[in-house]
Design a protein around this ligand. Structure first.
Ligand code: MG
Length: 268
């Protein structure tokens, strides 16, 4: 059963989502060569708790971290620890925040310094697939329209959608109905209705779509060892279309605008 949320309840999720967006942008800025994923985890936990919120992942089914930090061929669910980032890595950062009992969930994959052309294309395609899928989160559309938007974009770019991991509904619980595959037929599946809140999360490999779970029981890797990316937003279906509740992209755009401004004015 897909639980619809009232406008007031959606505001509570948006409150958690704003904290989450700030946390992800703090992590993006901190993620540099030499920094360990454990250090990022500590910084995230400190920040989230300073905002009167809690890290949703910590203790979830025994997960030890406040964030998932998944470098290179690791897709999702990486346990933060001693791994020190290297220039040329890509790092998927996934964060959940609970505030007043409401949960928000979002992820970005970031380049560490200059990355390969393939890595750059993977990040651009996965990010674009997220926004194309978010644009389908409209009352009257079907869930298959959301799923298909990811698949269409990723396959056009020649990458592989991971089939065995899915997005999800979200609210009081981090994982609610429905499951949201990143592939599917348009015009199929449940009809989307105002008040539904969905965590849309394309997970993509450069190579084959198969994955494997490591011996720690958490870390998910591409089976062929190829690079993997993950972008996620929590999205409410509103009266005027999709409303992104975890606006990490707004900070990102502000950042790139100010960089462009500096370049234009000739500053160093
Ligand atoms: Mg999620």
């Amino acid at each position: 059963m897909i639980i619809r949320k009232s406008p007031e309840e959606i505001e509570r999720i948006a409150d958690a989502g704003r904290v989450l967006a700030r946390c992800l942008n703090m992590l993006r800025n901190k993620a540099r060569a030499g920094v360990t994923t454990g250090e990022l985890d500590e910084a995230a936990e400190r920040f989230i708790r300073s905002q009167d919120a809690e890290p949703a992942f910590k203790g979830y089914r025994g997960f030890p971290g406040s964030i998932c930090a998944s470098p290179n061929s690791m897709v999702v669910h990486g346990i933060p620890g001693p791994y020190a980032l290297r220039r040329g890595d890509i790092l998927s950062l996934d964060v959940g925040v609970v505030m007043d009992g409401w949960v928000a969930d979002a992820a970005v994959t970031v380049p560490i310094g200059r990355v390969s052309q393939a890595a750059g294309r993977l990040l651009a395609a996965t990010r674009a697939a997220l926004f194309e899928a978010v644009d389908q989160c409209r009352a009257g559309n079907r869930l298959g329209d959301v799923s298909h938007a990811v698949e269409r974009r990723i396959e056009a770019d020649g990458f592989a959608v991971i089939r065995s991991l899915v997005g999800h509904g979200i609210g009081r619980d981090m994982h609610e109905d429905p499951q949201i595959p990143n592939f599917g037929q348009p015009g199929t599946g449940p009809v989307l209705e105002e008040g539904m809140v969905l965590a849309v999360e394309p997970m993509v490999n450069v190579g084959d779509h198969e994955i494997r779970v490591a011996g720690d029981g958490w870390s998910v890797y591409s089976r062929d060892g190829s690079l993997a990316a993950h972008f996620e937003h929590t999205v409410a279906i509103g009266p005027e279309g999709p409303r992104i509740l975890t606006p990490w992209h707004l900070e990102e755009e502000r950042g790139s605008r100010s960089e462009a401004g500096l370049a234009a004015s000739g500053s160093r």
